[in-house]
Design a protein around this ligand. Structure first.
Ligand code: P61
Length: 514
């Protein structure tokens, strides 16, 4: 049996069985490995060829850590969950954390710190100015990112606020592959316009493309010609591209974007929240990068940029923290003034000394290849378990989350009846799982004069996987609950608002079932 299993594993690795679509021949699960019999057809052979550049990865990547501290979680009864959700006005943001069994609301600030990071808290130097932990963080930032200057901030959006306040004025434009909502809001807050220029494949839920998070370089070129370089104080690239499903951006795309911007003297800033996950995808998928270390790839990425914003709550593996980094001395001086005004002195930026130390260590840990292999493997494992049972998701899975495609999951519910929100409610009722709607509740817009609604193209439910927190068994549980729900999807009905706030609706709206 051992030999048979090894042969199957090697065959799977060779043929990339798990990334191929399911043919009529169907699939069989053998010791955790999915065998897709369709690969033995001529169509399968063609797809094998097409998939050659995508990485080969076994389905199960064991945890590269063992557990030293545990935090109890409890699966409540169905009746308890019904009461919790009703008390929360059917808005998952208001459900008490202790009433949630598996919390996949976000991967931001929810990581488990390592023993080294917890130990770092004890060497926190809480001096107001020039604490030693600032130096540790400086070493990590210059060692990995390589920028000449940096300023710590309490989280990513604080870095964004300072950057745009210092660079963007009313009437300016900031292009990006896709802006995250805090980035967009901070640009708009100073009168600028945030412009998304993703590649076309990035908007198609089932298109398989190795770097679906890329920016459309030709669109960028045309955009600069149309509005004029003088109205673009900077451009950004978000890696990985969160709003487009956590999809990676290639090194070639980063270089091409930089080249176009350089022709016009426009600086490039990277939204680096999930840069380490992006690095791993580059190492796995981009020609010529397989033999490079994660650190070498990171250095290459940031050598193309003039600065970055960072929410260390993601790939800094901390519960709070961030920074703004840049090469331009004048910008550094301006940003320092704003930091002192809004966050704190330039050596702590709104954080305690102990937070700076934990962040410094977390930044290095996030580049550990064994950690990244497991991390990306977890997301991929959950995605494959769902695809295997025909559950519609955004494909291929990205770096930090699996996105359910609510329009295909619940085709009988029109967007006006909020299918994503209904799915979120039922995931909680069914299994105590907390996910987040990224669809009509978050993005639909109402024309105030006609009262007409415009709905977003994608109606998604994000299952974000916190880093180093949940085990394989937890993910199996999540997959089982979703598959069970999928089998009885016809019984799920839509939702409507009972309270609809004017701004950032998803956080505070209330609902009821139709
Ligand atoms: C998230 F519902 N992301 O994905 P901060 N850039 C990028 C992010 O993903 C990001 C930030 C900047 C979150 C948290 C979140 O309405 C929401 O440290 C690509 O959170 O300030 C954050 O970093 C901002 C979720 C934020 C939301 C705002 O879950």
């Amino acid at each position: 049996m051992g030999n048979f299993s090894t042969i199957i594993t090697l065959l799977c690795a060779f043929f990339k069985l798990h990334t191929l679509p399911k043919f009529t021949f169907g699939t069989t699960r053998i010791r955790g490995i999915i065998v897709n019999w369709g690969v033995f057809t001529p169509a399968g052979a063609a797809l094998r060829q097409a998939n050659k550049e995508v990485e080969i990865m076994p389905q199960i990547v064991p945890e590269p850590y063992r557990i030293k501290a545990v935090e109890p979680i409890r699966l409540t009864t169905r009746a308890e969950r019904e009461a919790s959700l009703a008390a929360a006005g059917y808005n998952i943001f208001f459900v008490q954390s202790e009433d949630v069994y598996i919390d996949l609301l976000t991967d931001s600030g929810t990581s488990a710190m390592s023993d080294a990071q917890w130990a770092a808290l004890m060497v926190g130097d809480e001096a107001y100015a020039c604490c030693r932990n600032y130096d540790s963080l400086k070493d990590a930032v210059s060692g990995i990112f390589g920028f000449r200057y940096f300023l710590p901030t309490h989280q990513g959006r604080a870095a964004e606020k300072i950057l745009f306040a210092a660079t963007v004025k009313s009437g300016d434009y900031v292009p990006n592959n896709t802006h995250f909502d805090t980035t967009r809001a901070n640009i708009e807050a100073v009168g600028g316009q945030a412009v998304d220029l993703p590649i076309a494949e990035g908007l198609v839920p089932t298109s398989h493309c190795s770097f679906k998070g890329n920016m459309d370089v030709e669109s960028l070129r045309h955009f600069i010609e149309d509005v004029g370089a003088q109205r673009i104080p900077l451009a950004m690239l978000t890696i990985t591209n969160n709003s487009a499903g956590g999809q990676p951006v290639s090194l070639a795309n980063i270089r091409a974007v930089k080249e176009v911007l350089s022709e016009h003297g426009i600086p490039l800033f990277i939204d680096a929240c999930r840069y380490a996950e992006n690095v791993y995808f580059i190492k796995q998928r981009e020609a010529g990068c397989g033999d490079k270390t994660t650190l070498e790839i990171a250095r290459e990425i940031f050598s193309c940029a003039d600065g970055c914003t960072m929410s260390a709550k993601k790939d800094g593996l901390v519960n709070i923290g961030g920074f703004l980094a840049m090469n331009d001395e004048h910008l550094y001086q301006q940003a320092s003034q704003l930091l002192i005004l809004w966050e704190g002195f330039i050596t702590y930026g709104g954080l305690a000394g102990r937070d700076l130390e934990a962040m410094a260590r977390g930044l290095w840990e996030a580049l550990d290849e064994r950690y990244l292999r497991h991390r990306i493997g977890q997301v991929r494992y959950l995605a494959e378990r769902l695809l295997e049972q025909g559950v519609p998701i955004l494909e291929p899975p990205g770096g930090h989350a699996v996105y359910l495609d609510a329009r295909r999951f619940l085709p009988h519910i029109p967007q006006a009846q909020l299918p994503g929100q209904a799915l979120v409610a039922h995931l909680y009722l069914e299994g105590g799982i907390r996910a987040v709607e990224i669809g009509s509740v978050m993005f639909a817009r109402k024309d105030e004069t006609t009262g007409e609604w415009t709905y977003p193209e994608l109606e998604l439910v994000r299952l974000a996987i916190p880093r180093r927190v949940y085990t394989q068994t937890h993910l199996d549980y999540v997959a089982d609950v979703i598959v069970e729900l999928y089998h009885k999807r016809d019984q799920i009905c839509g939702m409507r608002y009972t309270y609809e706030p004017p701004l950032l609706r998803h956080f505070t709206a209330r609902f009821e079932f139709v």
